[in-house]
Design a protein around this ligand. Structure first.
Ligand code: GDP
Ligand code: IMO
Ligand code: MG
Length: 497
């Protein structure tokens, strides 16, 4: 059977499917959405914004998309790519992204942008970046794309939406009301830091900076109304369009970020500001969970990654590694470890090796991603919301690993902690992670060790031909693994018979 036939068999009569991440992002959503886009008529994103970095490798060519949906390489075939109302839409990044992708030979004839998508403005990017450089609790290592502030404004009833850029009077009025709130926040910051941030490229190199009022409102109005005219042909009621397409067209919903980063489900405060689960995704495109027939939750296996701050129980090298990732770049970590060994007894080195083999450097920020072993208590938690159907990616990265450790349970080793009507005591074992900032940092992983398969799997295309030792670990995970990804290319994908 060809891969296309196997995909059809896997999806049976399903008309609407979704791909979401069950970990901390960067699990290969871009690859899998591009893979399923061949099957789909419509591809729609509903959450996050330019904080995402989704990599597509199609016929040897690599594209990284931040805002544009990952089905975009199918635009010439008439497939529709949608940005739903839940998306944080930054016209500056979007325009730059379209220019870059156009230079790479991509087209955008069938792009649709929801008129209700949340509009990211300079004040959001500036505030996000200024918070990000602060010390202490507020510094969570955000991507600096304005995501937190734009969603705050939306729920705070002072946000603007994409459609406002098409109506000059309304844009001006809403901007003024929004700035009443945000300017006072900006004025509370160090003026030098504010100026520096506003002079960055993401804010058009100081175009909006005003030495007296901080932001030049006239300039902002003129630039954003111009953006409105530029994007106008793509802006429409995508919620209505999708609702009318359910059951008639093949719809593929593309998740962004990851379940464990979700503000609804993740480890506060080290989260993003959207609900990255299937619930947030369907809401963000204007559908309901009942419309989705198959939900595929992606997990890297048998290691995982995290970018930015926050607890990571199975991290290779623990706190030493998180500090290391903060202070190193792709280039300078190779000075200390020119040939890192994945089987090293030094956990920090093992983590560097996994990062180098898996190319784990942020697609959006270039930061080294923290690495650690697969964590089942966290995966079980994600599966409670996203469902039990799994796609395992990056399995080839551990090809040369002699021993593979999987975290099967946690042992809580913190002070007595009142959890509702029960007291969590030291020594208690937990099968499913508890996403409480007072619990997760005190959870010590209990590992089960497996012998590695120690052979190259990138050219394998049949599940039955995968090494026995590898299939035993997959069986051990218990959830239903439907697809195993063994490389970044479209065809390096194994559908289970
Ligand atoms: P996303 O944010 O979930 O779309 O993931 P990213 O694109 O940020 O990061 C995933 C990285 O892994 C990208 O560089 C992909 O090209 C790559 N990738 C995806 N699947 C596989 C795989 O099975 N094996 C390997 N080695 N790389 C993969
Ligand atoms: P994709 O879609 C990995 C992380 C940031 C930070 C936290 C909050 O490529 O998987 P934000 O800028 O969203 O306010 O940052 O969330 N983060 C991601 N980590 N992959 C992503 O997206 C991420 N998007 C946000 O590193 O810790
Ligand atoms: Mg990514």
């Amino acid at each position: 059977m060809t891969l296309e036939e196997k995909t059809k068999k896997l999806l049976k009569d399903a008309k609407t499917i979704a791909v979401v991440c069950n970990q901390w992002g960067d699990t290969g959503k871009g690859k899998l959405v591009d893979f399923f886009a061949d099957w789909a008529d419509i591809i729609a994103r509903g959450t996050g914004g330019a904080n995402a970095g989704h990599t597509i490798v199609a016929n040897g060519e690599k594209h990284v998309v931040h805002l544009v949906p990952s089905g975009i390489t199918y635009d010439p075939q008439g497939k529709i790519n949608i940005l739903g109302e839940g998306v944080a839409f930054d016209p500056i990044t979007m325009k730059q992204e379209l220019e870059t992708l156009a230079q790479e030979g991509l087209s955008f004839n069938n792009l649709m942008i929801s008129r209700n998508a949340k509009l990211v403005l300079p004040q959001h990017i500036a505030l996000d970046r200024l918070e990000n450089t602060a010390d202490g609790q507020t510094k969570i290592g955000s991507t600096g794309r304005g995501i937190g502030p734009v969603y705050e404004d939306h729920v705070g009833r002072r946000g603007l939406v994409v459609n406002d850029m098409l109506n000059p009077r309304i844009f001006g009025e809403k901007l003024e009301a929004n700035l009443q709130h945000n300017l006072s926040l900006l004025k509370s910051k160090d003026p030098k830091a504010v100026k520096k941030v506003l002079e960055q490229k993401a804010l058009l190199n100081g175009k909006f900076y005003d030495p007296y009022d901080i932001l030049d409102t006239k300039e902002m109005i003129s630039v954003y109304l111009e953006f409105g005219q530029f994007f106008r042909k793509w802006i429409s009621d995508t919620e209505d369009f999708l609702a009318n397409s359910v059951g008639k067209k093949r719809i593929l919903l593309e998740g962004a970020q990851g379940f464990l980063l979700s503000y609804e489900h993740g480890s506060h405060p080290f989260v993003t500001s959207s609900n990255c689960s299937i619930q947030g995704l369907v809401k963000g495109v204007g559908l309901s969970e009942k419309d989705v027939e198959r939900v595929f939750g992606i997990a890297k296996a048998f290691y995982m990654t995290r970018v930015g701050e926050g607890p990571f129980p199975t991290e290779f090298g623990g706190a030493e590694s998180s500090e290391w990732c903060k202070n190193h770049t792709r280039q300078n970590e190779r000075e200390r470890f020119p040939n890192p060994n994945i089987n090293s007894s030094c956990e920090l080195e093992q983590g560097v090796a996994a990062r180098v083999i898996g190319e784990e450097y942020g697609a959006t920020t270039g930061r080294p991603r923290r690495t650690g072993w697969l964590d089942l208590p966290l995966l079980r938690l994600a599966a409670k919301t996203n469902g039990s159907e799994l796609i395992l990616t990056k399995v080839d990265v551990l090809d040369s690993c002699e021993r593979i450790k999987v975290c099967v349970d946690y042992k809580y080793e913190g002070p007595d902690y009142q959890l509702g009507n029960e007291t969590l005591k030291s020594g208690r074992e937990l099968r499913v992670a508890i996403m409480d900032p007072n619990v997760l940092p005190h959870c010590i992983p209990i590992y089960q060790e497996f012998p590695g398969w120690q052979s190259a799997i990138r050219n394998i295309r049949e599940y039955s031909k995968l090494p026995q030792k590898l299939k035993e670990i997959i069986r051990f995970i218990e959830l239903e693994t439907s697809i195993v990804s063994v490389g970044p290319e479209r065809d390096q994908t194994i559908i289970r018979d």
